[in-house]
Design a binder for this molecule. Structure first.
Ligand SMILES: [Zn+2]
Length: 290
């Protein structure tokens, strides 16, 4: 039995395009696949996402253990204020853009969406909007595909051309994810907004003291961000979101395990982390395309 087209994905057939074609072509549903007129086919996964990775399997991102740790940690609510700030910025960005693009529902792309935690929050706030999450981790996409009725999930690589038409996104969300300035600019509507959320040097500092192998925030990161985005985007507003979060011992363990550096910080199950308070500290910037 071919996998049926997930309803959320059907919301995006007007803007999805073949990641393998140059010039690009639209994708159309077939039994268990999306296909382009040139014959490229992309499997619909049983778990509700479509695999648009070209030449790679959807296993390159977070593995199963990291995704489980991430889901458990986010369920504690420790990042809820951070999500709330992200949702508010995204919601503020949409009215003007939607006004500028009649006939199309407000469209939110979450690049590097992980489990869909932030995208689902944005879609809850915007009842008329549709969302699409892109990630390279099949495990994360299983969760993202279930995150919201209006969230489609795509396996894809943020560093490759994105499988979307030009100018179709009202908001591009990038939360703790790598960035592709050229492609974000291409898929963003001229009146749309890019929102980038990234850690400051104070983020989770207490855990870095305890686990030195956790990746420190590069002090030059802000300058690199400015150089990478500056030619295509103009920063409209930046806000700092900073608070202390009380974590149980298992939540600490999950937080360490869900970070990329966990591969180096891996410990035996005998290790026990005490409950602790950590600083959550991020900058969230809204950008206008130039
Ligand atoms: Zn094609």
């Amino acid at each position: 039995m071919p996998v049926p087209l997930p309803p959320a994905l059907s919301l995006f057939l007007d803007v999805l395009r073949c990641p393998a074609c140059r010039p690009t072509r639209r994708l159309h549903p077939g039994p268990g696949v999306l296909r382009c007129p040139a014959g490229h086919t992309f499997d619909l996964a049983r778990h509700g996402y479509v695999n648009l990775l070209t030449g790679a399997r959807a296993t390159s991102g977070d593995d199963a253990d990291m995704v489980r740790a991430r889901s458990r940690f986010l369920a504690t609510g420790a990042y809820a204020p951070l999500r709330e700030a992200t949702v508010r910025l995204a919601a503020d960005a949409v009215p003007g853009a939607a006004h500028a693009a009649p006939g199309r529902p407000p469209t939110v792309l979450d690049a590097g969406c992980g489990t869909g935690y932030y995208l689902a929050g944005v879609l809850d706030r915007l009842p008329g909007a549709r969302g699409v999450g892109l990630d390279s981790s099949a495990r994360a996409l299983r969760a993202a595909a279930r995150a919201h009725d209006r969230a489609a999930a795509l396996a894809g690589d943020v560093f490759r051309p994105l499988p979307l038409d030009d100018g179709v996104a009202d908001v591009v969300l990038d939360v703790f994810a790598p960035r592709n300035a050229a492609e974000y600019h291409r898929v963003l509507h001229p009146a749309g907004r890019l929102i980038v959320v990234r850690p400051t040097g104070r983020h989770l500092a207490e855990l870095r003291d305890r686990w030195p192998s956790m990746v420190a925030v590069d002090p030059a990161k802000e300058e690199r961000l400015r150089r990478a985005l500056g030619p295509r985007f103009e920063a409209a507003a930046t806000e700092r979101v900073e608070y202390r979060a009380a974590l149980t011992g298992p939540a600490v363990q999950d937080l360490v395990a869900m970070t990329p550096s966990a591969r180096h910080a891996w410990r035996t199950p005998d290790d026990r982390d005490p409950a602790t308070r950590v600083t959550v500290s991020v900058l969230a910037t809204t950008y206008r395309p130039r």
